[in-house]
Every structure is written in C-alpha cells, then in structure tokens.
Design a binder for this molecule. Structure first.
Ligand SMILES: NC(=O)c1ccc[n+]([C@@H]2O[C@H](COP(=O)([O-])OP(=O)(O)OC[C@H]3O[C@@H](n4cnc5c(N)ncnc54)[C@H](O)[C@@H]3O)[C@@H](O)[C@H]2O)c1
Length: 324
C-alpha cells in the first residue's frame, strides 16, 4: 500500500520521525524528510542517505515557502515536527507556539493548497490536561496544563476545521510517552527513559521529579510507527477528522521504569550502582496517565506490537554502550 507512494515526514530527523522513516522505506515508499535540526540529529538519518528513495529537505515549518516546497509531489504527510517538552514550553512559550501552532498551520495549509488529502500528525496525551478520569478516552478532555498542551489542542482544532472545510482526511495521533532507539538522552528537556538509562550506565544518580509513584502508559516507538503506517494507509472513510490514543493501555510508575532499565542492563552483564534521588515535582506534569486504545483498535486495526516490558528489553539490549 505504501510501495512507491511519496510520503513527507516533517521532523524526520527526530526520534519518532526517524524510526518512522526507516519503516516507510522498508515498505517501499519514497520518503522526503523536512527538518531544521532544531532538536533532531543528522546521525539519525545517516543510514538512509544512500537510499535512492530517500530525500532530505532542510527547511523550517515556521517558514511558509519552505512548507510549500516540501509538499510538492507528495501523496500523504506524517507531520512530526514540533518542539517537545512541557518544561520548555513553560520557559519559552513563544518558541513552542511558533513551531507547534503556527508551523502546524503552515504545513496543514500547504497540504491543502497542494491537494493532499491525508494529513497524519503527532498530537499528545497532554491534551487530556487536568482530567481526573482514567483511563483517558477520546472525546473527554480536560483543561490544558502547559503551553505545549495548548498547541497540541490547537493542532486538533485546526485539523478538524480543515477536514470539514476542504474535505481533507486528518488523523491526530495522541502519543502517550514514547520511548526507544534514537531518542536523545541529553539536555535539560530530554525525556525520562533515555535520561534514566544514560545515568544508570554512567553510575550517576538518577533524579526522579516527585516521589516516583506517578504513572505513565509508556509506549515503545515501534507501536507509534505502526499507528502512523495504519493512519497513512487505511481505507477508512474518516468523514473528516479523527484523533486516536496511541499507547499500550497499561501504566507503570517511574520507579518501576528505573528498575526495568536496571534489570535490562543486568541481562547485558552491566550492574549499575546508580542510586535514585528525588527532585521537586515539575509544574505542568500530570500524576497519572493511562489510555484506552479501543477506538484506534476498532477503527484502523491498531494493536501494540510491544508491551512496555517487551519494549524495554529490546531498547536496552540494543542501546549503544560504548561511549559510557
Ligand atoms: N516522544 C514522545 O513521547 C511524544 C509524546 C507526545 C507527542 N509527541 C510529539 O511527537 C512528535 C515527535 O516527537 P519526538 O519525540 O520525535 O521529538 P524530537 O524532538 O526528537 O523530533 C522533533 C523533530 O522536529 C524537528 N523540528 C522542530 N522544529 C522544527 C521546525 N521549525 N521546522 C522543521 N523541523 C522542526 C526537530 O529538529 C526534530 O527532528 C512531536 O510533535 C512531539 O510533540 C512526542
């Protein structure tokens, strides 16, 4: 179904984007990546550079002309480009807004002008905001807790409007804490799992914000890739727009994550002596996050390829340890 289709992946030099590119190329698609390397890494793309079906377009989604160039000759889009991180969005809301909201609208509009119907995009579990109900079900959202969450809610609103006005098919994927290979462990805005693993490998203290009892529906990146492929290829008539939770439907505490990573390292013969220390809770964070995945399962046939423990085993067993 993807063979010889021309797919644009924005943010393709990033963590989820580069994993998606690998699968799209494996399924025979032509892939164009648009990225400005704000947080993405060139080495995430190295393995694709010799593939004649791969093309890199260095461009910025904040620039309308770049978006117009990026969509030329494209059949469908997976829009992953954004500035992640709740704390970053609290510290620098304008940057987050410009990339995640204005940049999103630029891409959506460029797609519409080019006559591209299928627009798949990265939304986030953060759209559930302060909603106390668990598990989270599409259609029942709370109030946003950060500028980042506001931008992802805006994405869904714009996607819905463009679908209704211009007969586009927009599919928002609400990722729940994705982890896996090519995720950056460095920097103050790094995600928890790669940061924890990096600290364990260096035998440095693992800092958990809060008491570690907060829970997340951690999702191995191959599950997120699968959701993208299904959303790009499904024959389902969307009647406009759809939003789906992308998760496993099972949650784990941060303390359990550290222990699962430690155990994964033991399986590789690495015994980390790193201790866990606790820092202050982070503003904008939610205590518990768990998804119901019935809608994406029944509507486009998604099921998690990996449970959280299976994902951790694969992640740790392939993690490059040479530079530690
Ligand atoms: N990782 C998660 O757990 C998670 C959870 C929920 C939602 N998301 C969303 O999934 C998407 C991918 O996230 P990720 O974890 O791979 O992050 P990432 O930072 O690794 O990837 C984002 C990519 O977008 C690129 N980018 C940023 N600004 C750009 C701009 N102005 N123009 C062009 N490219 C730009 C970056 O350089 C990077 O390559 C994002 O939209 C993010 O908000 C991620």
């Amino acid at each position: 179904m993807l063979k010889n289709k021309h797919i644009l992946v924005t943010g393709g030099a990033g963590f989820i984007g580069s994993n998606l590119v690998q699968e799209l190329l494996a399924q025979g698609a032509h892939v164009r990546v648009m990225d400005n390397f704000a947080t993405g890494r060139r080495e995430n793309l190295t393995e694709f550079l010799s593939n004649p079906k791969f093309e890199l377009f260095e461009g910025d989604i904040q620039v309308v002309e770049d978006c117009q160039k990026a969509v030329k000759g494209i059949d469908a889009i997976s829009h992953q480009a954004a500035l992640g991180s709740v704390p970053r969005s609290i510290a620098f809301p304008h940057n987050t807004h410009s990339t995640n909201a204005t940049g999103f609208l630029n891409m959506l509009h460029a797609a519409k002008e080019e006559g591209i119907k299928r627009f798949v995009y990265a939304s986030s579990s953060s759209v559930y905001g302060d909603l106390a109900i668990s598990p989270k079900v599409e259609g029942v959202e709370g109030s946003p807790l950060s500028p980042y969450a506001v931008t992802k809610m805006l994405n869904e609103q714009y996607a819905g409007v463009y679908a209704r006005l211009f007969s586009m098919e927009t599919v928002g994927l609400r990722y729940f804490n994705v982890f896996g290979p090519k995720q950056d462990p460095n920097g103050v805005y790094a995600a928890a799992i790669p940061k924890f693993l990096d600290k364990l490998l260096k035998n440095e203290a693992v800092t958990i914000n809060g008491d570690g009892s907060q829970t997340r529906d951690f999702t191995y990146v191959k599950n997120a890739v699968r959701a993208n492929v299904l959303a790009l290829t499904t024959d389902r008539e969307f009647n406009g727009s759809a939003v789906y939770n992308v998760a496993c439907g099972e949650s784990f505490t941060l303390l359990e994550v550290v222990e699962a990573l430690r155990e994964g390292l033991v399986q590789r013969g690495i015994h980390s002596t790193a201790e866990v220390v606790h820092g202050p809770e982070r503003p904008g964070d939610i205590m518990h996050s768990l998804a119901k995945i019935d809608r994406i399962t029944s509507e486009i046939g998604y099921s998690p390829l990996y449970t959280f423990p299976e994902g951790i085993v694969e992640y740790v067993s392939n993690y490059p340890v040479d530079n530690h």
